[in-house]
Design a binder for this molecule. Sequence first.
Ligand code: PBG
Length: 327
Amino acid sequence: MTFPQRRPRRLRTTPAMRRLVREVRPQPAQLVLPLFVREGLTGSRPIESLPGVSQHGLDSLPAVIDEAATAGIGGVMLFAIPDVRDATGTQACARDGILNLAIDVAAKAADGRLVVMADLCLDEFTDHGHCGVLADDGTVDNDATLEIYGQMALAQARAGAHVLGLSGMMDGQVSAVRAVLDDEGFTDTSLLAYSAKYASAAYGPFRDAVESQLVGDRKTYQMDPANRREGLVEASLDETEGADFLMVKPALPYLDVLADVAAASAVPVAAYHVSGEYSQIEATAERGWIERRAAHLEAVTSMVRAGADIVMTYAAVEAAQWLKENS
Ligand code: PBG
């Protein structure tokens, strides 16, 4: 009879041993919670396709920020839904636009306890739902969009956002926004580039959450799910253009891309466990088919193991609690 030369199971024998040899230990401070603020809403309104997640009014936002800060998470990412949308997304740049008002409220409520980030993209503000403005032929006009992103960035920086999340996948968006911010003296406003953002089926619940008007798809600007190398091209361009953070999105179907980007990047890398990934866990857990807490923690752990420094998840506040209990 031959015996195994090595017995890796020895290191799995007890909870104490497993705890000792664990390779990654996600922390609450790495987590970022996406938040939805709805113009005109009083209190909060649940989002059906994102169980446990709500749209918030400006009035209920401070309590949510306070809860997030108390949980010890690292930041929040604000998205907003305006009452009025138009072809160029005017409300995105308006001083009293809902996102800019929400940034101000959130920054004051956070009071330095967590990082306030804001989504810098036009899709919530355009009546056609695209992430940029349209040319006469109906295609998304990259360079005309960059002009508006610059103005939107200024509005967000003035409102007090610490980090701007460039999620529109326009070429040159990082350098365009950086130049405008620097010109106006906002040299400390950081840029988080959604570098490798794929045209994914997993954004469905998010589009409900922001009441998206999109007809068609975003395949001329978001990446083809088949392309791994291209993720590195996007990431290195963003880093060269001056991005302070890079992001890969969605997360679990793209851990290969995340690992590539994390290995190549000199700046912090984030992963976004997107709405469809979150709701897949929620829906299967609701049926009793998987264990909710374990599934969310496994997702967070996997992103960190693949190289994420920062994890965006709708479960951030609960996950922070679970991580503390498990540590
Ligand atoms: C677009 C944007 C999207 C998400 C965040 N910002 C995707 C899209 O609508 O194409 C998706 C996030 C999620 O699904 O949780 N600017």
